[in-house]
Design a protein around this ligand. Sequence first.
Ligand code: GDP
Ligand code: MG
Length: 419
Amino acid sequence: MLTVEDSLEELSALADTAGLEVVGEMTQKLDRIEPSTFIGKGKVEELKTWQSELNFEVALFDDELSPRHQRNLEQVLGDQVRVLDRTALILDIFAQHAHTREGALQVELAQYEYRLPRLTRGWTHLVRQAGGGAGRSGTAGVGLRGPGETQLEVDRRQIRSRIAFLKEQLEDVRQHRQQHRAQRRRAQVPVVSIVGYTNAGKSSLLNALVDTAGAKQTVPVLAEDKLFATLDPTTRRVRLPAGKTALFTDTVGFIQKLPTQLVAAFRATLEEIEEADLLLHVVDLTHPNAVEQAKAVEQTLKDLAISGIPIVVALNKIDRLEPEQREDILAESFPHSVPISALKQLNLDQLLARIEHELYESLLPVQVRLPYRRSDLAALFHDNGRVDEERFVEKAILIQGRLPARYLAIFRPYLIKSD
Ligand code: GDP
Ligand code: MG
């Protein structure tokens, strides 16, 4: 479990990413949440005193606040203070980092869904976008009031219609993407999805792999020491040691307490993960909470019902450790992993060889039921895997045997679950 200190430290890092400067922190141990203000009366007073001394503009809560908590706290703290929780902060960061059309649509939708029950007054973006990066459009605020409607009702109505519009747009984009993916599938190139805690070094690794594998130089993926620098799935072609290629996709970083609402919003990234032939889990070995972070990633994958995809673990940033330190940690917590440094490009060949082995050589047990019109797949099974038993029944061919991970995705619609 994450301690309160660790969790607050992560919240500070998130605040920093959003462009906020942290001027103070306070905690309270509560047996019971105060129904009106979340924190106790005394704490609210303390916060008010702080406000008059420090003049802060944002009060950030690590736990999820109900719309009521938020309203009441804002009332107490006055007009110059916005009260936000972790979810709202993460949404704001997402908004600043979404670069593709789909990413921008997803964030805007999630923001409005979050905002609707909390609407109390005009909503402004946390940090005004320098140079207007993501280019989203908000609600048009003025001049559209119907007879007898308050501004608040107008805002709500507009948000609802905006939500409906965004959902339609997203559906369009998704259908488009599915067509793309189907084409890629037909091209028979295996897909490796890079997953991992935010800031573990996923984007750096993708850049480094593209480098070492001597692929054509493409635009580097944004890697920086900020949480959630990457939002939209980015795909690069990487050459594996024996000459085959694979597509590597970079994904959004996972984080403890990532609200499910947000997980749902990032279906684009998640769909990439679901369809991967292999997951490459990047762990920042030098982070004091490396083990917890790795567990949080595994748990999120479980929550998303992503299972049955082989995983290779890369322990990153070993350039920061002494050799003896590496040995200890590796043996203890992360068996079957490959220690690497994305930054110093250490051990990347070994990592790629391991990935190639998992994709093409290591055989996984499978059972499939193939309709006769897919006898091409039966042939594929014989050519590339090992058939232990094959039965021809009335409407299908049943095969039990072993297949390299690389072929699992093709057979996925016909898999018989064994457990
Ligand atoms: P992501 O959020 O998982 O995509 O992480 P990034 O690739 O953006 O990297 C986060 C930070 O860690 C950046 O400041 C990187 O320079 C740094 N970093 C990544 N890999 C390494 C590494 O192997 N060694 C060291 N020392 N730093 C690294
Ligand atoms: Mg990244």
